[in-house]
Design a protein around this ligand. Structure first.
Ligand code: PAF
Length: 282
């Protein structure tokens, strides 16, 4: 497994691999890998000849009061995990390699899709995500790129960007990986203390109960949203940012629960702000 910092060298490896007619996968990450990331890597390995994992804590997707400085990093641990899975190349650039002095080009998906849900409280976040992801696509030129469905809005925004900018690759969304008690895996879960960790299970529990209510015939999004908000408020450390029911691919609001439905939420549990969702066909 190669660990490469430079764009030029990464491109050299990819050019060589592609000249042999092999397929290339990209798994973009910010490192501090957990089983969720590893599930993307395993899927990428199954479906492609050559797997690149990028590890880059992207400063442009963090707001001024967010956790850029303290975001967990551990390249040594990450590389051991990736080597075990048979990853071919880790692309681990310095910030200056990606955003050299004077850098001033950004990609932005406009409209409601980036303004609602996480876009409401994380201004500029998706502009940063879409910019880095399109740069990574241009650097690695993968046939397929793998993203976790936990960041459902991120997947929808990237799919739109790929369609509208005619990137020639396939986006492969992969299912959320959960702890045994239902908590969705996230690098930010390490910020939770013991009590908060216990409270954090209320997120998935509320989503699963909401799904049951829908399966039992409830079709009013407001009833489900209110149920989830009130259920989450029963624990000590939770502060709801949003709970929204939208169309699963367009993220447009729905008047009635039917078709492709995404129930998405963001909740502060103590320090970290956690997100979770379920997508269902009704
Ligand atoms: O999901 C993430 O970890 C990041 O948003 C991504 C896609 C790697 C871009 O920095």
């Amino acid at each position: 497994m190669e660990i490469v910092n430079s764009i030029k060298e990464t491109r050299k490896h990819i050019k060589n691999i592609k000249s042999k007619g092999k397929t290339v996968a990209l798994v973009p990450t910010m490192g501090y890998l957990h089983e969720g990331h590893l599930s993307l890597v395993k899927r990428a390995k199954e479906e492609n000849d050559y797997v690149v994992v990028s590890i880059f804590v992207n400063p442009t997707q963090f707001g001024p009061n967010e956790d850029l400085e303290t975001y967990p990093r551990d390249l040594e641990r990450d590389s051991k995990l990736l080597e075990k899975l048979g990853v071919d190349l880790i692309f681990h650039p310095e910030v200056e390699e990606i955003y050299p002095k004077g850098y001033n080009t950004h990609v932005e998906v406009l409209g409601d899709i980036t303004k609602k849900l996480c876009g409401r409280s994380r201004e500029g976040h998706f502009k940063g995500v879409v910019t880095i992801v399109s740069k990574l696509f241009n650097i690695v030129s993968p046939h397929r790129a793998y993203f976790g469905q936990k960041d459902a809005q991120q997947v929808a925004v990237i799919e739109k960007m790929v369609r509208e900018l005619n990137f020639d690759l396939e986006i492969v969304p992969c299912p959320i990986v959960r702890e045994e008690d239902g908590l969705a895996l996230s690098s930010r879960n390490i910020y939770l203390d013991k009590e908060e960790r216990k409270d954090a299970t209320i997120l998935s529990q509320s989503l699963f109960k909401a799904e049951e209510m829908i399966r039992n015939g409830e079709r009013n999004p407001k009833v489900i949203e209110d149920f989830i908000i009130n259920n989450i408020k029963t624990v000590n450390y939770a502060e709801v940012d949003y709970v929204d029911i939208v169309n699963g691919s367009t993220l447009e609001d729905v008047d009635e629960i039917s078709g492709d439905i995404l129930i998405a939420l963001a909740v502060k549990i103590g320090k970290p702000r956690l997100i979770d969702n379920i997508r269902l066909e009704v």
